[in-house]
Ligand binder design. Structure first.
Ligand SMILES: NC(=O)C1=CN([C@@H]2O[C@H](COP(=O)(O)OP(=O)(O)OC[C@H]3O[C@@H](n4cnc5c(N)ncnc54)[C@H](O)[C@@H]3O)[C@@H](O)[C@H]2O)C=CC1
Ligand SMILES: O=C(O)[C@@H]1CCC=N1
Length: 262
């Protein structure tokens, strides 16, 4: 299968990295587009894929196509490629707020559309991607898309009404987690730990906690209580985090993120 990527930035590179690592397709079966020669050469070198400056060529030469430009460029790129999109081709989107209805309207003709929301941990095969499709996408098409999405992590079909919630929960959330880890490492450095070591300790603690929650299926509150010894160290930190509004801060942030994604 020939895969196309219009726009090969952070998100597309993460997805391509995952897809190639799992050998779902060969690097030479991936055709991406980028405007400048330097970014084309960079992607060719880093990923080993084929690159072109022509978005329409990507459409013409591929069977399944990811539209991986920023949301503000969706309209103009769709305008540019509309004529070339074929009936049997599958178009996968990754942008928040671009609904199936809006996409369909922009194309002005029947197009197989799969709307997704991935995240950057895809780069290391630990992505979380939600997807939903329009009625032209067959079960077989959707299985093909699922296989691709699962090559860089977990993939789950959701109702379209949940897509903006997904943006806050998994699309954007790596950014909040990196902020948290940066702050935790800064605190460890303040405590005397060398910075490189601090990042390793913090990343492993976050990773281990995520796996613990995933594997035990225990409520996060129960897992938190398991760490808090009576009159111990952790409950003192928990008290300060409650006072500083950690949980309401996160909830408020995710609410505005979700609103922005509509
Ligand atoms: N970065 C992330 O964590 C996530 C991003 N997304 C979505 O992925 C999409 C891409 O985001 P990023 O990769 O972060 O952005 P990016 O800016 O890193 O990549 C976009 C790429 O598209 C190229 N581009 C712009 N206009 C173009 C055009 N007309 N033709 C061909 N290429 C063009 C840019 O030069 C750039 O390399 C966005 O819609 C974003 O909302 C979704 C989930 C997570
Ligand atoms: O910030 C953004 O708009 C994109 C969507 C999810 C993550 N990054």
């Amino acid at each position: 299968m020939k895969l196309g990527f219009i726009g090969v930035g952070n998100m597309a590179s993460a997805m391509i990295g995952g897809i190639l690592a799992k050998k779902v397709v060969e690097p030479l079966d991936v055709l991406g587009s980028a405007k400048t020669r330097s970014s084309r050469e960079k992607r060719e070198r880093e990923l080993g894929i084929c690159m072109t400056k022509d978005n329409r060529e990507v459409v013409r030469k591929t069977e399944l196509l990811f539209l991986a430009v920023k949301p503000c460029y969706y309209q103009s790129v769709i305008e540019e490629i509309r004529e070339d999109i074929r009936e049997e081709q599958i178009l996968v989107t990754v942008a928040p707020g671009k609904t199936l209805e809006w996409l369909q309207e922009q194309f002005g003709k029947p197009v197989k559309l799969v709307r997704t929301m991935p995240n950057t941990p895809a780069l290391v095969g630990e992505g979380m991607t939600a997807f939903c499709a329009n009625s032209l996408v067959t079960d077989k098409d959707l299985e093909t898309v699922r296989t691709l999405l699962e090559s860089f992590g977990r993939a789950e079909e959701v109702e379209e009404r949940l897509m903006s919630t997904v943006v806050a929960a998994s699309g954007s959330s790596p950014a909040y987690l990196f902020m948290l880890m940066e702050a935790m490492a800064d605190a460890a450095v303040a405590g005397g730990m060398p910075r490189a070591q601090a990042y390793e300790f913090v990343a492993q603690a976050v990773k281990g906690s995520a796996v613990l929650m995933e594997k035990t299926k225990l409520h996060p509150g129960v897992l938190k209580d398991m760490v808090c010894s009576p009159a111990g160290t952790t409950i003192e930190a928990v008290r300060i985090l409650e006072r500083e509004g950690l949980r309401s801060g996160i909830m408020e942030a995710m609410r505005v993120c979700e609103e922005k994604a509509r």
